[in-house]
Design a protein around this ligand. Structure first.
Ligand SMILES: C[S@@+](CC[C@H](N)C(=O)[O-])C[C@H]1O[C@@H](n2cnc3c(N)ncnc32)[C@H](O)[C@@H]1O
Length: 214
């Protein structure tokens, strides 16, 4: 079993280049969960995909502690945790095209208009995601906040470098926030996109979502 100090990797953020093959003791595709909360989804995915290396980013200290315990209980060797804010940390931790998938379950919606600027998913974040995902790499987002779902959908469409995967989201046990939504009978919006390396250009307009090449 990994020692806790080898699961939590906060110090990595100061490194200029992270060698994930060395950290996981193997070369494998890398998937990231942002804001993993208590780590249930992250560990479930790591159990379901033992051939994949998982990195979780979370700013909530208690969440890190809970997730670490889950990893230890499950005896998973393919998960690492980093306590850092995702937008700042992602470009320092990963190189272009290094990630196979990114998961975000219930990003903080910051419902008040004056707080929208605090939202994680904004044009700068989407540009970072586009750079870090490999060709046909995927991003999965679930939210119960309808207005944020609409905003996210618009931002990805306007970016133009992603193909929308209609109604595709990994099977999973409901996360803590998802359980609460289910209990309250609230709708949940599941969204996913696949990176298109060469978006189609037609008369100067980028066609997000088309697989066709002219
Ligand atoms: C609403 S909770 C959802 C937790 C969990 N994913 C779930 O579905 O139960 C949002 C989580 O994202 C974390 N978070 C918010 N902004 C973040 C950021 N910029 N980078 C990393 N984690 C973040 C919060 O600390 C919190 O744990």
């Amino acid at each position: 079993m990994l020692a806790p100090t080898n699961i939590e990797l906060d110090a990595l953020i100061v490194w200029t280049r992270v060698d994930w093959g060395q950290i996981f003791h193997r070369a494998a595709s890398i998937e990231v969960e942002i804001g993993f909360g208590n780590g249930a989804f992250l560990v479930e995915m790591a159990q379901r995909e033992p051939e994949t290396n998982f990195v979780g980013l979370e700013i909530y200290k208690k969440g890190i502690k809970k997730a670490r315990k889950r990893i230890e209980r499950a005896g998973r060797q393919n998960v690492r945790l980093i306590r850092q804010e995702a937008l700042a940390a992602l470009p320092k931790l990963f190189t272009a095209g290094e990630l196979s998938a990114i998961y975000i379950n219930f990003p903080d919606p910051w419902p008040k208009r004056r707080h929208h600027k605090r939202r994680l998913i904004n044009p700068s974040f989407i540009a970072t995601v586009y750079s870090l995902l490999k060709d046909r790499g995927r991003i999965f987002i679930a939210t119960d906040y309808q207005e944020y779902a609409g905003e996210i959908e618009r931002l990805f469409r306007e970016h133009g470098g992603f193909y929308y995967l209609n109604q595709y989201f990994p099977d999973h046990n409901p996360t803590k926030y998802e359980q609460e939504c289910l209990r309250l009978g609230q709708a949940v919006y599941y969204m996913s996109w696949e990176k298109i390396t060469n978006p189609v250009i037609v008369h100067g307009d980028r066609l997000s979502g088309s697989r066709k090449r002219l």
